[in-house]
Design a binder for this molecule. Sequence first.
Ligand code: NAP
Length: 298
Amino acid sequence: MGDATVIDGSAVAAGLRKCAAEIAARLRDEKGVSAGLATVLVGDDKASEVYIRAKGRACAGSGLAAFDIRLPADISGAGLVAEVEKLNVDDRVDGVLVQLPLPRQIDPHRVIAAIDPAKDVDGFHPVNVGRLWSGLPTLVPCTPQGCLRLLRSVHQDLAGADAVVLGRSNIVGKPLTALLLAADCTVTVVHSKSKVVPVMCRRADILIAASGQPKMVKADWVKPGATVIDVGINPVADPDGRSRVVGDVDYASVRAVAGAITPVPGGVGPMTIACLLLNTLLAACRRRGIPDPYFGVL
Ligand code: NAP
């Protein structure tokens, strides 16, 4: 059995970050606009802190301004909404991202709905979700957007492909389904209540694994030659006690069957932050009526 093409998400993401830096520089030099991203972290969850730091570093690396808002874990929902509303009217801020998950006392839907849809760079606001499903211009959620960009790096045309999305979360599975439909795939969504999940997966020309279950997708779930995109990020401890990250796909065995596959780490993960930079720049342009051709370096 042959070895799959390994889709190098780190390399694709590096290219996107370079484009982001070019767009940010042109906005500054030609329009006097310094695009800015505000991240809001509630509490001191370690994993969330790592993500927020990475987002801040990525902004600095591409010449975007970063505003790092830290709030106490016991803040009320109303208090957090008030902070978001301040960012909505702050003209230095083009993108507002509230890091999830939030402490239990806060309803995340209420907070997401408080973000100005024009600054909703995560693409989770109900208005942007509706625009995505309606095929209207929107801010496309970063991880699904990254998956589609990786698919496009190996498939010029996705029309008619049988795509299976394993997972139906609001942040990954559902928006990916909308994007694959918009790309003219025939899409099947499977989840924890689905029957015969391996059989469904094996029908896929394109299989997206977003179940949050370490190494769930096995080699005999994959059609020979299929493209496999692994969204999973699961920390596991090695027998020697060291921690590492594995995906939702059993990479070593699936790689021998698939036509193309993303590794973990180095696949979808780096794409998410690169797409966040692009969404912030897109929001900066749209808010000021700067036309899309300006954005056409991509
Ligand atoms: P999630 O909210 O936990 O959703 C998991 C989905 O998988 C649910 O729809 C669930 O079904 C389904 N599922 C779980 N176990 C299943 C099973 N045994 N059989 C069939 N379906 C099953 O997770 P998420 O937020 O979408 O994230 C998915 C993965 O992507 C996680 O590993 C996460 O860490 C990773 N992730 C990565 C990035 C990145 O930047 N690369 C970003 C976000 C998430 P039900 O709906 O029926 O419960």
